[in-house]
Design a protein around this ligand. Structure first.
Ligand SMILES: C[S@@+](CC[C@H](N)C(=O)[O-])C[C@H]1O[C@@H](n2cnc3c(N)ncnc32)[C@H](O)[C@@H]1O
Length: 260
């Protein structure tokens, strides 16, 4: 009993010291995290994100149009081709480049109409699926890009650049970097088409609200859609040097197009 009385306070003191040391170590570890040091930017991990989303053609279709149904995939491609024809137009003499070509959904309907079609993407899986989808088409080239530049494409070598269903998934800075680089690769009088979901229609706003309420700041997927206004896309085009800038809103879609 005497021994227990003597030892108990020492054990308690030791336990308290250990707990304090653990708390200090945890706090020191938390302090090591510096949010201004530029840690992992999950949204900017484009390649890793889209590689994971395109392990099969079915999962790629799901991630591209939100539905794996092949008939829907192809009918939406036909509708998007009509948009390109209405905005930038496609001529049989055109060399055409798609930024973020995915599994070749649009390439399949565009390539047969033009002189050449180049599909650029950050994901090798997507490019592999595009290659399969466009097999037999001899005017096709595919290029793996870094996420914000068209470095592999020569200056003034392209007549039409388009980027469909990509801007919602990437940083605003990278949107503009692509518009700038599109200006470089386009020939004089070349045309550009870009699009995004918009905040400026009832349907676009409903989708924005759905996304806002579906995720908390800590669990948003890296490729979650972020929306645009006409002013944003027009500013990119203007600042990159394009002219004859036009835009339209069609349901959830904002489209903008211009000439070099
Ligand atoms: C929703 S899919 C659209 C694919 C295609 N444009 C279509 O409409 O069928 C988005 C595509 O953009 C690609 N992508 C994502 N971030 C990119 C980036 N920073 N640069 C180039 N491609 C990117 C993805 O790998 C994916 O293939």
């Amino acid at each position: 009993m005497w021994l227990a009385n003597r030892l108990f306070p020492s054990v308690r003191r030791l336990q308290a010291r250990l707990a304090e040391a653990e708390a200090r170590a945890a706090a020191a570890k938390a302090d090591e995290f510096n949010p201004f040091e530029g840690g992992l930017d999950a949204r900017g991990q484009y390649r890793a994100t889209w590689q994971a989303l395109s392990k099969t053609d079915e999962s790629a279709r799901q991630s591209i149009i939100g539905n794996a149904d092949m008939a829907l995939f192809e009918s939406l491609a036909a509708a998007d081709l009509a948009v390109l024809q209405r905005t930038v137009g496609l001529q049989s003499s055109d060399d055409v480049l798609e930024i973020g070509c995915g599994a070749g959904r649009l390439g399949k309907v565009v390539a047969p109409l033009v002189r050449s079609w180049t599909g650029c993407d950050v994901s090798e899986n997507m490019l592999g699926l595009a290659k399969e989808r466009l097999a037999g088409q001899t005017n096709v080239r595919l290029a793996l890009v870094s996420g914000n530049s068209l470095a592999q494409i020569a200056d003034a070598s392209i007549d039409v650049v388009y980027c469909a269903v990509v801007f919602m998934h990437i940083w605003e800075f990278d949107r503009f970097s692509y518009v700038l680089d599109a200006y470089r690769v386009l020939r004089p009088r070349g045309r550009i088409y870009i699009d995004n979901l918009t905040l400026c229609s009832d349907l676009g706003w409903q989708m924005f609200e759905r996304d806002r309420l579906s995720y908390t700041a800590g669990n948003r997927p890296p490729h979650i859609s972020t929306y645009s206004t006409p002013q944003e896309l027009e500013a990119y085009l203007l600042r990159a040097g394009f002219r004859e800038i036009e835009s339209s809103i069609d349901g959830k879609w904002l489209r903008a197009w211009a000439a070099k």
